[in-house]
Design a protein around this ligand. Sequence first.
Ligand code: 0L1
Ligand code: MG
Length: 261
Amino acid sequence: MSVDHAHWARYLQAAVDDRREVTGIGAQLGAEMSLDDAYLVQDALLAARLFHGESLAGAKLGLTSKAKQQQMGVDEPGYGWVSRSSVVPGPDAEVVISELIHPRVEPEFVFVMGDDLEGDDCTADDVLDRTALVVGGIEVIDSRFEAFKFTLPDVIADNTSAARVVVGTAGIAPRDVDLREVTCTFTVDGEVTGTATGEALLGSPAECVALLVRHLARSGRGLKAGWVVPAGAPLDARPFGVGTVATASYSHFGDVTVRGV
Ligand code: 0L1
Ligand code: MG
């Protein structure tokens, strides 16, 4: 099956620009896209955004916890890009809901890179060596697909539903604590949705970032010093609308709060 990557990138960008849900790509092709094709659609989407003046502030992982994989019915992580305009400084932030389609919020462990990092043999130790800080965050995801229903290739083409990411400031050096033991409690409108530790991210947040680096190495790319790298949500995502207040409280990174306005 031949996939027109630029066409599907325009299709997804139009959904972002018009703030409307669209039908899954695989459903329209009549067959599931390959993951390679999905990443090529994602690349075409990124290239168009860079052409129109966007810049990169990082890269991300999604679907790295069982909670997220079960919520979305997939069994592998996905990788995407963090654009500069999507980064919202925390720890207390507001996000304009009318700019989005049907957003959800989820807590994130965010790596702030101290040095460039690339290589198909990257390990969790390499990640810890090149990371300046790990901070708490909240990602606002906004699948462009109807009712957040998608296949893994669809969501990868859609840059893993990335929309906004609130990045906290109270971080710690990555070797000052075992990141697997950092706890996160997520509260939405006063209700605790759950508590999890970093271990929920495929056993190790640093190993998640190493997976991302090895993925980027397949196309000769890597992480850059100063980039932010959300490693994934240890808990499932919750609806986020006007008036919603979500707080992620981390044992070692303090609180990060986002309000929908
Ligand atoms: O960051 C994420 O885990 C999002 C991945 C895509 C799945 C979703 O939209 O929930
Ligand atoms: Mg996420």
